[in-house]
Design a protein around this ligand. Structure first.
Ligand SMILES: Cc1cc2nc3c(=O)[nH]c(=O)nc-3n(C[C@H](O)[C@H](O)[C@H](O)COP(=O)(O)OP(=O)(O)OC[C@H]3O[C@@H](n4cnc5c(N)ncnc54)[C@H](O)[C@@H]3O)c2cc1C
Length: 401
């Protein structure tokens, strides 16, 4: 493991930091209509400077850079108040899938505008009875001449209410086993037959949605990959998802230390409480483990290698730690813990927000249990999960209705 930047990496980091210092200041000084407008303007600014999608080829609006450069820029950007989440799913998962499977005309139309932040994409996979087992989905597409007619429902679609386009996984053949009867398409989210219904979350926000399809008609040219190859196409999206969702955001060990230092409980300063000190020690060990695991990923990228399963391990540990840490922080804040107004809550309600966000982080991009299954099967070589429906035609699977 190598903890230091190579001279080239140090040079790239210094240039990225200098660019960020100048451009974040200019960006913040502008009068953006709202957060979405600000996010789009920031993405455009990055794209013009070659920081929009660093590893993508120049012909598709990227900078032709290396994965380690992308990580370095991400680390530096995270230090500035320009975190706009609108593009994570589109640029991290959907557009790479379009690039891998669409024809040239489709790529010419969509890739560069997405990098410039002009159009936003969503991922339409999960359904009420198909989340971890996404291959069990029921939204149907039936061929009609050169078109497909789609009926069904998706759920938990992040950003569907503001997205322009989406990638949609549907069942085109129920007569074969579940993984073999799927096909992927791209769709226009504003087309007739698409209805987006926002889901109200406990945080008060509405970041994801139910999406209903009623006789949505799309042309066969919107297909991504071959008919029946949808699972293969979806795996490309899901592999990118693990990378895009991997890093957790939110308050960490240092912030709860700061909170504890400034909190006086009825037994004295929180830092003097033995039970709390024990928890602090556990979080410290986890935080150091995560840091060193990230260094391992960085070293692999720096050497041009593909990182191993550590992003799955990192996500399980960091999401659980965030939830545990937030619970303890709220307890520490006592009656102030119920205040969510950022203007008056301790530490601008950082822990109140992360308490409501952390459970979602443990589910999105693969639940804890699914990631543990992956680690057990692919890393530790333990026997596989029981898959009784693997060879059964989808239409013959017992559904209870
Ligand atoms: C913040 C957030 C954003 C999301 N955004 C999107 C999006 O943009 N697009 C999209 O398509 N989806 C999205 N999702 C949905 C997400 O992919 C699913 O919630 C996830 O795959 C789990 O599916 P499920 O909710 O149906 O739970 P289920 O799969 O029904 O799981 C229920 C419980 O059973 C456990 N379980 C299931 N199978 C196994 C097994 N084989 N072994 C052991 N335990 C098992 C799970 O771990 C879980 O605890 C999002 C979810 C969240 C939380």
């Amino acid at each position: 493991m190598d903890f230091n930047d190579t001279p080239e990496e140090a040079d790239y980091r210094a240039k990225a930091r200098a660019w960020l210092e100048k451009n974040v200041a200019e960006h913040k000084a502008m009068n953006h209509a709202d957060d979405m407008a600000a996010g789009k303007a920031w993405q455009r600014r990055k794209a013009e400077a070659g920081y929009g999608q660093i590893t993508w080829p120049k012909e598709w609006g990227g900078a032709g850079g290396t994965p380690i450069q992308s990580v370095i820029f991400g680390q530096e950007e995270a230090k500035f108040p320009v975190q706009y989440g609108y593009f994570t799913i589109g640029l991290g998962m959907c557009v790479p899938t379009v690039m891998a499977f669409a024809n040239d005309e489709t790529k010419q139309r969509f890739v560069a505008p997405a990098v410039r932040g002009e159009e936003i994409w969503c991922q339409l996979f999960s359904e009420p009875s198909a989340g971890s087992d996404v291959a069990g989905l029921r939204t149907r597409a039936v061929k009609d001449g050169d078109d497909w007619v789609i009926n069904g429902q998706k759920v938990w679609t992040s950003g569907a209410h503001y997205c322009d386009f989406g990638i949609l996984l549907v069942r085109t053949n129920p007569d074969v086993p579940k993984h073999k009867g799927l096909t992927m398409f791209w769709i226009d989210m504003k087309a007739p037959g698409v209805e987006v219904r926002p889901i109200h979350q406990m945080s008060g926000g509405s970041n994801f949605n139910e999406v209903y399809f009623t006789d949505l008609r799309i042309n066969d040219s919107q297909r991504l990959g071959a008919v029946g190859d949808g699972w293969k196409v979806a795996l490309v999206t899901l592999m990118n998802e693990r990378l895009a969702v991997g890093g957790s955001t939110g308050p960490n060990y240092a912030e709860i230390m700061a909170l504890a230092r400034s909190t006086v409980t009825e037994d004295g300063n929180a830092l003097a409480n033995d039970a709390f000190r024990e928890k602090l020690a556990d979080w410290y060990v986890q935080a150091e483990g995560l840091k060193l695991t990230r260094f391992r990923t960085m070293t692999a990228l720096s050497r041009g290698q593909t990182p191993g399963p550590e992003s799955s391990i990192g996500k399980i540990i960091s999401a659980n730690q965030l939830q545990d840490l937030s619970n303890s922080a709220i307890e520490l804040e006592d009656q102030f813990g119920i205040i969510t107004d950022t203007a008056i809550a301790p530490m601008e309600a950082a822990f109140q927000q992360s308490l409501m966000w952390a459970p979602g982080l443990r589910i999105a991009g693969g639940t804890d249990e699914i990631l543990k299954n992956i680690i057990a099967e692919r890393v530790l070589g333990l026997p596989g999960d029981v898959r009784v429906d693997k060879d059964v035609a989808f239409k013959d699977m017992p559904t209870g209705r």
